[in-house]
Design a protein around this ligand. Structure first.
Ligand code: GRG
Length: 304
């Protein structure tokens, strides 16, 4: 199976799981459930659950064993979508376009935008905590803790806070090394940690050994940072129509980004270096099915 077919097949599994397990739109009170479904089922690459599936398969979970893991893997998409819905709110990025459609708060109002994010984050932990017949409870608890830690105030939220604090203020500094350290902190927390947690969730629930988990962590840390640098590059290189979200916002908002700090060519070279690191670590995880390296290439070469 080539990578494109793999991505299409796994995306279909993710879409089905999300659709089946999200509360039906008519569940009282209908407005929140309709809005949650609008936010989640409105497109997106679904890369976090897909990468969890790929990690589980790479450490030896067969396709037949993946089915019960789809629910916890799709919890990653709920957390990711919550972060996008909140990020688009007027108090944060104030955006009206996401995944090629109006943002959730534009359609359902600001209060509902806040509550949809809250509800998705909570629902995610219900999905993660559902008992798994083939997984030891201690291993599942460890996996849940990895995800929680990745998105707490020392993870994704901390990265978002540092990003807000750095906005514009970095224009007053000419200490490039300090700015680069600050930027790495933002990217590794805001984007990288949920990425790493996705790969580790796949590895842990797929039955990875400690050595495999170590390689998965290194793979994911490199790829998570590369993912965000590519996101920075696409913001200046692509149109809103291609991205399905407002392009050119980083420059408009004076954001601290890799291309702003180091230039486009150096930022691209850093993506290549991180890709090399991810591919090397993907190679350490021996297994008959290993799509981790092609997925890393896809992430670094994507145009949206
Ligand atoms: C609590 C009010 C409040 C706000 C929190 C959590 C948060 C705001 C922001 C999270 C940070 C964030 C949005 C990071 C961006 C990560 C990123 C590169 C998103 C784009 O991911 P893709 O390309 O998107 O996977 P699709 O649409 O394909 O799913």
């Amino acid at each position: 199976m080539n990578l494109n077919d793999f991505l299409l097949a796994k995306r279909a599994l993710v879409e089905r799981t999300l659709d089946v397990h999200l509360p039906p739109a008519g569940t009282p009170p209908p407005i929140i459930h309709e809005a949650m479904r609008y936010a989640v089922l409105g497109g997106g690459k679904r890369i976090r659950p897909i990468i969890a599936i790929a990690a589980a398969e790479a450490v030896g979970a067969h396709a037949a064993n993946i089915e019960p893991l789809l629910l916890p893997f799709c919890a990653l998409e709920l957390i990711h979508t919550y972060s996008l819905v909140h990020d688009d709110l007027p108090a944060l990025d104030n955006d009206d376009l996401r995944r090629g459609r109006k943002t959730t708060h534009v359609v359902y109002g600001e209060a509902m935008g806040v509550l949809v994010g809250d509800a998705l984050l909570t629902e995610a932990f219900t999905w993660l905590a559902k008992p798994l017949a083939r997984t030891e409870p201690a291993r599942q608890l460890r996996a849940i803790a990895e995800v929680a830690k990745a998105v707490d105030s020392t993870g994704m939220i901390g990265g978002q806070v540092a990003d807000i604090v750095a906005e514009r203020s970095h224009e007053q500094s000419d200490d490039r090394d300090a700015l680069l350290r600050e930027l790495n902190f933002i990217h590794r927390n805001k984007t990288g940690k949920l990425f790493t947690a996705s790969v580790l969730l796949g590895g842990l629930l797929g039955g990875a050994s400690d050595d495999q988990l170590h390689a998965l962590r290194r793979y994911a840390d490199a790829l998570g940072l590369a993912f965000q640098i590519v996101d920075d590059l696409l913001d200046i290189e692509e149109s809103s129509a291609t991205l399905g979200k407002t392009a050119g916002k980083d420059v408009a908002q004076g954001k601290l980004t890799y291309p702003a700090l180091l230039g486009v060519d150096t930022a691209r070279a850093e993506v290549d270096r991180l890709l090399g690191e991810a591919v090397r670590n993907a190679g350490v995880i021996a297994g008959p099915v290993n799509t981790l390296a092609p997925i890393a290439r896809y992430i670094c070469e994507r145009r949206s």
